[in-house]
Design a protein around this ligand. Structure first.
Ligand SMILES: [Zn+2]
Length: 399
């Protein structure tokens, strides 16, 4: 049996009332009481506290059901802010967001790392993250709750629960306790998570559809997948869930960074697009001061070149196959393509969708396959920090 004291019970009730108000555009005390099963007196007292804290506002009267007209309650998305930081190989994107993920401040800082396995300087990465977080703190709008947390999205294998980084392949970093290094620098709680988890959180947050299931395919130098299942990020036992980038889609296929052969990410990533160009004897453009190689390919395609179309088609077909495998396993509401490859969405979406619909079974064929939000990973990192700091159940329920 569960045994919790009165103040813990109040925290738990407060979290469920706050979550309910956040998830509904407008609501009433009666509706909250009916939905949560709490007495009207308890709801009134909790709403009072939440109004004092700036989370809830009264906004006029609703329609009466015979008795007095109910006072309408509205959630204040600007009651608190959080910082989200997305660490990629070449840059850090930092945002300050409100509770709904609207950006109040954004900055992109270039880092001087080149892709590949060359060792990068971990101390300078930490210093850059600190510097970015500190300047973000200076740009937080005035809010009743101020800033409540910092979220950091990392490209690789991380344990959200412990804050430990197992491996970031693109940065050649392993066994890194970056969470503790950062936490020592800030009075605010710091959270770290995998970038695909952050991406899926941002998509979920923007859709205002509690309990929905969204799959976020983060295709860049590698392929990671974020799983939002019934309104919860599914991270697995050690935080390693979603590594669909390493499902085998071709026996004896291209060798992967993980040591296996034929992994999905060897066929659906930025590197694989370059390999297709080589295989098809298409000249690979040089990077320019403004554009990386991938950006140059996309840029020329936008200008009307169809030189790269055959390579885009190969990439799109493999993306369609991999995504159909994931959809057939999980039957989500929606699938989102994010990451650097999504910049080429216009040139791959038709062929990717055709293959996807061919390989998906039954109703999975109808699952929408859409492009991710710009800056989604940074927004999601801020969102996860916000969610943990304000909305997570304050008590881990066990028997
Ligand atoms: Zn692999």
């Amino acid at each position: 049996m569960m045994n919790i004291d009165v103040s813990a019970m109040r925290l738990l009730n407060r979290a469920s009332v706050l979550n309910f108000i956040r998830d509904h555009k407008l609501t009433t005390r009666i509706a909250i009481s009916e939905a949560t099963g709490l007495t009207r007196a308890t709801v009134s007292s909790l709403v009072e506290t939440l109004m004092e804290e700036g989370f809830v506002e009264e906004v006029g009267y609703g329609v009466s059901n015979g008795g007095r007209k109910p006072v309408m309650l509205k959630f204040n998305a600007d009651a608190a802010y959080s910082i989200g930081i997305d660490l990629q190989i070449s840059h850090l994107t930092t945002v300050v967001c409100n509770i709904r993920g609207d950006i109040a401040y954004k900055n992109v800082r270039h880092l001087f790392n080149s892709p590949g396995n060359q060792k990068v300087d971990q101390e300078s990465i930490v210093a850059s993250i600190q510097m970015e977080a500190k300047s973000a703190l200076e740009h937080v709008p005035h809010a009743p709750q101020g800033i409540v947390g910092i979220g950091l999205a990392l490209p690789g294998l991380v344990n959200f629960k412990t804050g430990f980084v197992y491996h970031l392949p693109n940065l050649a970093i392993s066994d890194w306790n970056v969470h503790d290094l950062l936490q020592n620098q800030f009075a605010l709680p710091v959270y770290i998570d995998n970038d695909a988890n952050c991406g899926v959180f941002a998509e979920y947050q923007k859709r205002h559809s509690p309990k929905s299931s969204i799959i976020y395919v983060n295709a860049g130098i590698g392929v990671g997948v974020g799983l939002m299942l019934n309104g919860q990020i599914y991270r697995g036992k050690d935080g390693l869930a979603g590594e669909f980038g390493h499902m085998t889609i071709k026996e004896d296929g291209a060798i992967c960074r993980c040591g296996n052969r034929g992994c999905f990410e060897q066929y659906a990533s930025e590197q694989s697009l370059l390999r297709y160009l080589e295989e098809l004897h298409i000249n690979i453009p040089k990077s320019t001061e403004k554009h990386s190689v991938l950006e140059q390919i996309i840029y020329e395609s936008y200008l009307g070149s169809d030189l790269y179309a055959p390579a885009f088609d190969r990439l799109a077909a493999f993306l369609g196959i991999g995504i159909a495998n994931i959809a057939n396993a999980l039957n989500p509401d929606e699938i989102v393509l994010g990451g650097r490859i999504s910049m080429a969405y216009k040139f791959i979406s038709d062929s990717m969708t055709t293959t996807f619909q061919h390989r998906a079974i039954s109703r999975n064929r109808e699952i929408p396959l859409v492009m991710g939000y710009v800056n989604g990973v940074a927004i999601g990192a801020a969102g996860i920090a916000m969610d943990e700091a304000l909305f997570a159940s304050p008590i881990a329920i066990s028997d």
